[in-house]
Write a protein that binds this ligand. Structure first.
Ligand SMILES: NC(=O)c1ccc[n+]([C@@H]2O[C@H](COP(=O)([O-])OP(=O)(O)OC[C@H]3O[C@@H](n4cnc5c(N)ncnc54)[C@H](O)[C@@H]3O)[C@@H](O)[C@H]2O)c1
Ligand SMILES: Cc1cc2c(cc1C)N(C[C@H](O)[C@H](O)[C@H](O)COP(=O)(O)O)c1[nH]c(=O)[nH]c(=O)c1N2
Length: 174
């Protein structure tokens, strides 16, 4: 077992060391979608977490160099579709360089209250308005107020861990 010691006088952690470290944090896999005046777009994100329940708010980190960035920035509404086990191919499609129309052709969608595409068969979908955006380094942190929820009760979860997909079994299936 190797140990990486963090020296008190360390000035910076290299980008690759940071990514290698972050690869050890398992996270849910989400397809973030939007539709509105600037058009429809979607991308895969693991950088999603709960902020507060009053008002119900989560955050999504979006790289400003992503082709979809300007669409999210203009529409100011989005849907976080958390993937279920078995939806790995959709994650790869929305996480690659595939044209946006092709990404959406691969699944069934309906409209949430904001008009953003909600994924049929998602583990859970959070339909949101973007309440605030903060710039940090290369990314925008999108704070999203949750306006509506839609869930699948029978599906198992999916995690991104160690640069690969891992199914997450619900308690009653273990
Ligand atoms: N937060 C993000 O922007 C983010 C998160 C996960 C994956 N990705 C992208 O998906 C692809 C595959 O990722 P991977 O996990 O197989 O290997 P990787 O080595 O690129 O990333 C390992 C981990 O580092 C973090 N990370 C990667 N790129 C980042 C970035 N630009 N900003 C902040 N954190 C970042 C994520 O937690 C990721 O799981 C890469 O192109 C990566 O950039 C981006
Ligand atoms: C598993 C996984 C997880 C993430 C990503 C990829 C994958 C495969 N990507 C990258 C993101 O999905 C990708 O850059 C977009 O699809 C935009 O790509 P284009 O610029 O449109 O080709 C990503 N990007 C981002 O800005 N925030 C994130 O949290 C994540 N997380």
């Amino acid at each position: 077992m190797s140990t990486l010691s963090l020296m008190p006088d360390a000035v910076a952690v290299e980008k690759q060391a940071f990514r290698d470290a972050m690869a050890r944090l398992g996270a849910a896999v989400n397809i973030i979608t939007t539709d509105g005046p600037a058009g429809r777009a979607g991308f895969t994100a693991s950088a999603v977490c709960s902020v507060t329940d009053t008002p119900p708010t989560l955050l999504v980190c979006l790289n400003r160099s992503a082709s979809v960035w300007s669409v999210f920035d203009a529409n100011r509404q989005l849907c976080v579709n958390t993937l279920a086990a078995g939806q790995e191919a959709l994650s790869s499609l929305f996480g690659g360089k595939t044209p946006v129309a092709e990404r959406f052709q691969a699944a069934q969608w309906r409209r949430g209250v904001t008009g953003s595409p909600m994924l049929e068969g998602a583990l859970i979908s959070f339909d949101c308005r973007i309440s605030e955006i903060t710039r940090v380094g290369t990314h925008d942190v999108l704070f999203c107020e949750v306006l509506a929820l839609s869930r699948s009760d029978d599906a198992h979860g999916l995690a991104w861990f160690d640069r690969g997909y891992c199914p997450l079994l619900r308690q009653d299936a273990r």
